[in-house]
Write a protein that binds this ligand. Structure first.
Ligand code: SAH
Length: 248
């Protein structure tokens, strides 16, 4: 999968893209990332990429011409890629959206800055609009990194088979069960016995139950719209009985 990122701050991507999972995806040639400096597409002598807003008011607005030229050039080379804008006004990035994006041939991700981008870019070039949450960042770069990271780990082959994304939170619509590693005891807190039992079926059941417990406690909204298996219903009933005993 290709990622083309359009930014005024190409230097920001160096660290996050040079390490760990994203680095591995690049090394295995499962993803290909190219950073484009929007400034290279400005045509005037001062390489202007922003200007004052029409109608007045604070801040600057990113100009449409350099962005349109850059997008059109990348799109001409990779017509199958989808042009995505990062924006707090976009549709919210979720696990489901990331899984859907992971099936695309490529993403051309536009990073805004300042007060945002001239609205005409949206009309002319933008096919999808993504927000990483209901807050305002200073620029689209960290949002673009978030999109690349969340999507890359869902591309088959990027994660090793021993670190599959299926068990991760949201992988099957629930939060992940609690995880432990050595030592068995730390400051009086011990690892649940079942995890040391070596009984895979009991461990699977325990994990499913704890996954349901966490989801019900922390994110009941995830359970609300779900059809539960008979095993899940049984495990939830067990949790109810446990709660009744602790409360009683
Ligand atoms: N004035 C704009 C915000 C501009 S913030 C508004 O109120 O809608 C500058 C840039 O940061 C945006 O163009 C976008 O690329 C990026 N950005 C800010 N918050 C974001 C978010 N929650 N998700 C994705 N991108 C965001």
């Amino acid at each position: 999968m290709r990622f083309d990122i359009l930014t005024l701050f190409p230097g920001m991507f160096a660290g996050p893209f040079d390490e760990s999972i994203i680095r591995r995806g690049v090394d295995k040639q499962l993803i290909d990332i190219t950073i484009h400096n929007i400034r290279d597409w400005a045509t005037d002598r001062h390489q202007t990429t922003d200007d004052a807003p029409y109608g007045g008011g604070a801040g600057m607005v990113m100009k449409v011409e350099p962005l349109a030229a850059c997008i059109e050039s990348v799109k001409a080379s990779y017509p199958a890629s989808t042009v995505v804008m990062t924006s707090p006004q976009g549709r919210r990035l979720t696990h489901q959206v990331a899984s859907e994006l992971a099936k695309r041939d490529g993403l051309i991700i536009v990073c805004g800055r300042y007060e945002g981008i001239d609205e005409r870019l949206r009309t002319l070039c933008i096919e999808d609009d993504l927000s990483i949450g209901d807050f305002v960042l200073s620029g689209g770069e960290i949002a673009a990194m978030t999109v690349v990271d969340a999507v890359t780990r869902l591309i088959p082959g990027v994660l090793g088979s021993d670190e599959s994304a299926e068990n991760d939170s949201f992988g099957d619509g629930l939060l992940e069960y609690p995880q432990y590693t050595r030592p068995v005891e730390f400051r009086g807190l011990t690892v649940p016995d079942i995890l040391l039992s070596g009984n895979h079926e009991l461990i699977r059941k325990w994990r499913r139950r704890e996954s349901l417990r966490k989801t019900r406690l922390l994110r009941p909204d995830l359970l609300a719209g779900r059809t539960l298996t008979s095993e899940d219903l049984k495990l939830l009933a067990e949790l109810d009985r446990e709660d009744a005993v602790t409360k009683g």
